[in-house]
Design a protein. Structure first.
Length: 313
């Protein structure tokens, strides 16, 4: 536990998987003197009150940010611009304002024009999550050994960037700093395109299942189950991600379609050598991911939360 809080008061706007996990981890590690949150739904706010994992639950975004030293928007990317405009006049001078969206170029374009010069804007993207959502879905271990990417705009004071880096490190994350545009290109291939493929495959299987009396679902193998987990992610969030990062996703999708065409030709021509070469190359990438600690054979890094979920099934 930290000797002293990094921030006296943090405000979380939105309280789903990410917001709830930040609150739980920040409290466990003593990173905040006070945690204040709000959510659009009265039902969600009431549930957060019941959980007792924050110090205050308030009704409006303006009230949440009023005395906060760190403000984190834990909401879909498409909502960040309007919320930034809403809270701009209520922010404390010197506050650090951040987010958790998986697109950064659009966040900078949509939020920065509304924020006053008296605050420090440091966008962030914790590359972590599950398919679950809502205030009950969060858990303190979510960010352990996961990456959090900070994308500070040009000219931002390095001191608040360092404080936010220390905050995410305190939650257990590994922290990297990138430009917003580079972040969006990297995440287009490592996250956004895989989600698009997963949504497509599961949708196709659902159509086929109507013809085969749900046998596709009943006899699904491990690979398909992995796709269904990804495709169960929050539809509002991912709609906003694809629209906000359209150019980078379309670029990666074009490259993917070219590679898919090559594999299609190899199968049609019975070119086993081309298939073997491609599969060997991709297998090596998987081994590299495991070697650097970004995955393991254990479910969700074998975290206690995952084990509890497994027992409850």
């Amino acid at each position: 536990m930290s000797a002293a809080p990094l921030f006296d008061t943090i405000a979380l706007i939105g309280f789903g998987l990410i917001g709830g996990s930040i609150a739980r981890a920040a409290r466990a590690q003593g990173l905040a003197g006070e945690i204040v949150t709000t959510a659009r739904s009265a039902k969600t706010r009431a549930r957060v009150e019941e959980l007792g994992i924050v110090d205050r639950v308030v009704e409006t975004n303006a009230e949440a940010v009023r005395d906060a030293d760190l403000v984190i928007l834990c909401i879909p990317v498409g909502a960040c611009g309007p919320v930034a405009q809403e809270i701009a006049g209520h922010l404390k001078a010197g506050a650090v304002v951040s987010d958790v969206g998986s697109v950064k170029g659009a966040i900078v374009r949509d939020m920065a024009p509304h924020l006053p010069d008296s605050v420090h804007f440091v966008p962030a993207h914790p590359v972590a999550g599950t398919e679950h959502s809502g205030p009950d879905s969060g858990f303190a271990e979510l960010f352990i050994n996961r990456w959090c990417i900070l994308t500070p705009p040009e000219g931002v004071d390095p001191e608040p960037v360092e404080r936010l880096r220390a905050f995410w490190a305190g939650l257990g994350a590994r922290v990297e700093i990138m430009t917003p545009d580079h972040h969006d290109l990297v995440l287009a291939i490592t996250s956004h395109l895989p989600h698009l493929i997963a949504y497509t495959i599961v949708g196709t299987a659902d159509e086929l299942a109507q013809v085969t009396s749900s046998e596709v679902i009943k006899f699904s193998a491990g690979g398909f189950r992995d796709f269904t987990r990804i495709a169960a992610s929050d539809p509002t969030m991912w709609r906003d991600v694809f629209l906000a990062n359209k150019d980078a996703v379309l670029e990666m999708l074009g490259t993917f379609n070219e590679d898919l065409s090559k594999l299609t030709r190899a199968i049609r021509r019975n070119d086993g050598e081309a298939l073997f070469e491609h599969f060997s190359r991709t297998r090596a990438i998987r081994r590299g991911i495991v070697e650097i600690g970004q995955d393991s054979a254990a479910p969700d890094f074998g975290r206690p939360h995952a084990q509890l979920e497994k027992k409850a099934e």
